[in-house]
Design a protein around this ligand. Structure first.
Ligand SMILES: Nc1ncnc2c1ncn2[C@@H]1O[C@H](COP(=O)(O)OP(=O)(O)OP(=O)(O)O)[C@@H](O)[C@H]1O
Ligand SMILES: [Mg+2]
Length: 270
C-alpha cells in the first residue's frame, strides 16, 4: 500500500516565483489499485508523482510504501521498488545503448551492480519473448541503439523495462501524450495488459478523460496542489467523460471568482 500523509512541496519558497505545488496532500492506495490522475496544466500531477519517486524530498508529511517509511529515501533507492514512465519518450532510457542493454539495465534497477556487458543468452531470449508480442519488430533489433526507435517503440519498451521487475508501484506520467492516436492506443493496450498481468499498483497521470474513464478503478482530480475529487468503486465505474468535463468546468469557474468566495466554495467541495 502507498500511504501519503499531508505532504507539502513549495518551489522557490519565499521568492516572487513561489509555487505551492502540493498543499497538504493525503492519499492511500491499496495494492493492486490502478489510479488515474487528472488535473489542469500546472495543477501538481507530476509534482505528486515526483514526490513519490523521490525526485525531491517533500517539505512536510510522510510517504510510506508497503509499511516502509520512504519519505527521506533517495530517488535511486526508491527506484528498486518504483517503476516509472515519463511523457517524453527520450526520458528514462539511455539513447546510445542498445535495446538489450537498456533492458538489462532495467533488470538490474537500483541494484548498483554495474552493467556487465556480456549479456547471457538466456537473458537475450527472455528479452525477445518480452518484445515479440508488441508487434513492433523489436525482436530483430535488440542490438540497435534505442535512440533510433520511434517514440511509440520507445514508450512500449520503457513500459516493459519499468514493469519487468514487478515494481511495488508503477508511476506513469502522461506516457502516451507525445504519441499519435494509433500508437497511443497500442501503448495503452500494453499498459493495461502489463498492469493486469501482475496486478501492479499504479498511478497514471493522463490528460485524456477517455483513458481515465476506460482504465483503472479510481480517478483522482488534482487542482491547485490539492486533491479536488476522488472517485472509487461504483462511482468511478459510472463516471463518463461528460461528468469529468463538467467537473473541470466547475473548477475553472471557481478560479475566476473572488478568492474569498472561492475558498468558501472549496471548503464545500474539497
Ligand atoms: N522544479 C520546479 N521548479 C519550480 N516550479 C516547479 C517545478 N516543478 C513544478 N513546478 C511548478 O509547480 C506547479 C505544478 O507543476 P506540475 O508539473 O506538477 O504540474 P502538472 O499538473 O504536472 O502540469 P502538466 O499537466 O502541465 O504536466 C506548476 O506551477 C509548476 O510550474
Ligand atoms: Mg505534468
Amino acid at each position: 500500500m502507498l500511504s501519503i500523509e499531508n505532504i507539502k512541496k513549495t518551489f522557490n519558497a519565499g521568492t516572487v516565483n513561489e509555487v505551492k505545488a502540493l498543499q497538504d496532500v493525503s492519499l492511500r492506495i491499496e495494492n493492486g489499485d490502478f489510479v488515474c490522475v487528472l488535473g489542469t496544466n500546472g495543477s501538481g500531477k507530476s509534482t505528486l508523482l515526483n514526490a513519490v519517486a523521490g525526485t525531491f524530498i517533500v517539505d512536510k508529511g510522510s510517504i510510506m510504501l508497503n509499511g516502509t517509511d520512504i519519505t527521506k529515501w533517495s530517488e535511486h533507492r526508491r527506484a528498486r521498488y518504483i517503476g516509472r514512465v515519463f511523457q517524453n519518450p527520450f526520458t528514462g532510457t539511455a539513447p546510445n545503448m542498445s535495446i538489450r542493454e537498456n533492458l538489462a539495465l532495467a533488470m538490474k534497477r537500483g541494484k548498483n551492480r554495474g552493467l556487465g556487458w556480456g549479456l547471457p543468452k538466456s537473458l537475450i531470449s527472455n528479452f525477445k519473448k518480452m518484445v515479440t508480442p508488441l508487434n513492433m519488430g523489436l525482436e530483430e533489433r535488440l542490438a540497435n541503439p534505442i535512440g533510433k526507435l520511434s517514440g511509440g517503440q520507445r514508450q512500449a519498451l520503457t513500459l516493459l523495462m519499468a514493469t519487468a521487475l514487478k515494481p511495488d508501484l508503477l508511476l506513469l506520467d502522461e506516457h502516451t501524450a507525445a504519441l499519435d492516436p494509433k500508437t497511443a492506443a497500442k501503448v495503452i493496450d500494453l499498459t493495461q495488459h502489463l498492469i493486469s498481468k501482475d496486478n501492479l499498483t499504479t498511478l497514471m497521470v493522463t490528460h485524456s478523460m477517455q483513458q481515465a474513464v476506460n482504465l483503472g478503478d479510481r480517478i483522482i482530480m488534482i487542482h491547485q496542489g490539492k486533491i479536488a475529487y476522488d472517485f472509487k468503486g461504483d462511482e468511478k465505474k459510472h463516471l463518463r467523460v461528460n461528468d469529468l468535463l463538467a467537473l473541470f468546468d466547475e473548477l475553472r469557474r471557481k478560479d475566476n471568482i473572488d478568492p474569498a468566495v472561492a475558498s468558501l466554495i472549496e471548503e464545500y467541495y474539497v
